[in-house]
Design a binder for this molecule. Structure first.
Ligand code: ZN
Ligand code: ZN
Length: 359
């Protein structure tokens, strides 16, 4: 049974896990890489470890579809509804297929992130593993994402918390979130991702820093293929942590895609579960340092289902301060170094970012 670890400080880490079995319906058919099997595998790990003795579970409260208009156009919402009834074809250019009921399946997952945000009034940390659709745009689906719960929740959170930091560690650039909130100085958009010729979505270079009032409130850390735990954490410590400290968020949203893991079939970064744990420690600590602990974690991509579920379990165990010994067997054996080719590029990116952002 999981219990509070000895290393937990005087901070409170009360954590709620938002879940509905309806989440499992958001899963694309055939050989499409996005499967809800990841979420069910995570649940099984958490159950096996007795995590739900420590973590409360709540059902999402389904939001009225008008809430989607916070970040999406009415026309796009209607388009998704029509495609959901039709149940075939694509919502975008052949990445995001429609299936019968995709509107409701996407809506309940978005609702989970909104519910998690509301639950932060009662809890220190909230997890909606069914969220993290960071590629969805105002008028378009993209990269397996229908509705952008990250941008939507950040927009809602802004009213209550003032300054919100989104820290996105999915292996792909959080382009939807960035461009939906590009001119917004109240939301700091941080994304660390692989950046390479012809790699999806093609944006997220270090010189994309925001527009208008939002200038300086977007921080992209583009990483070359072969970036391992060592250089990822170096970039995190030297750029992300100081940027978040400078911003002083009152709420942190942590978008955790499992596709930065070295075993992911779509992304060529080299994080291990131990790397994810180290990142989680930093984000968790920033949340207690600035945001009174308020931390909202979502899932995101992740196409090696086992590696994704284990990485998520490692992050949740840290956030909720579950017994680390209980979670030892979710981890990879050891951390992974970067390829020699990656090193020079990452060091250059760190230098550029320090200059651009005055860190
Ligand atoms: Zn905590
Ligand atoms: Zn991804």
């Amino acid at each position: 049974m999981a219990k509070m670890s000895a290393r937990s400080s005087s901070f409170s880490h009360r954590t709620v896990f938002v879940w509905s079995d309806e989440y499992l319906k958001y899963s694309f058919p055939g050989d499409h890489p996005f499967k809800s099997l990841r979420e069910s595998m995570l649940r099984k790990i958490l159950e096996t470890k007795g995590a739900f003795h420590e973590i409360d579970m709540r059902e999402p409260e389904v939001v009225d579809e008008s809430v989607l208009e916070t970040v999406h156009s009415r026309g796009y919402i209607e388009f998704v509804k029509r495609m959901s009834i039709r149940g075939e074809g694509y919502l975008d250019d052949f990445d995001t297929p429609a299936f019968p009921g995709i509107f409701e399946a996407a809506l309940i997952r978005v609702s989970g992130t909104v519910t998690a945000l509301k639950l932060l009034k009662q809890y220190d940390h909230a997890v909606n593993i069914g969220g993290g659709f960071h590629h969805a745009k105002r008028d378009a689906a993209s990269g397996f994402c229908v509705f952008n719960d990250v941008a939507l929740a950040a927009k809602l959170a802004e009213k209550e918390y003032g300054r919100v930091a989104v820290i996105d560690v999915d292996g792909h650039h959080g382009d939807g979130t960035q461009f939906l909130l590009y001119d917004d100085p109240n939301v700091l958009k941080v994304s660390l991702h692989m950046y390479h010729t012809n790699f999806f979505p093609g944006t997220g270079n270090y010189d994309e820093i925001g527009v208008g009032e939002g200038e300086g409130y977007t921080l992209n850390v583009p990483l070359p293929p072969g970036t391992g735990d060592d250089l990822y954490l170096k970039a995190f410590d030297e750029v992300v942590v100081p940027k978040v400290r400078q911003f002083k968020p009152n709420l942190i949203m942590f978008v955790v895609g499992g596709d930065s893991h070295f075993d992911d079939p779509l992304v060529e970064l080299r994080l291990t579960t131990l790397g994810y744990l180290e990142i989680a420690k930093r984000v968790h600590s920033l949340a207690h340092e600035f945001a009174g602990g308020k931390l909202l974690m979502t899932g995101a991509g992740g196409y090696n289902y086992d590696a994704t579920a284990r990485s998520w379990a490692a992050v949740i165990a840290e956030i909720a301060q579950l017994d680390p010994v209980e979670f030892e067997d979710v981890h990879d054996c050891c951390m992974m170094a970067s390829s020699p080719l990656a090193k020079e590029k990452v060091l250059k990116v760190i230098e550029e970012l320090k200059n651009i952002h005055g860190l």
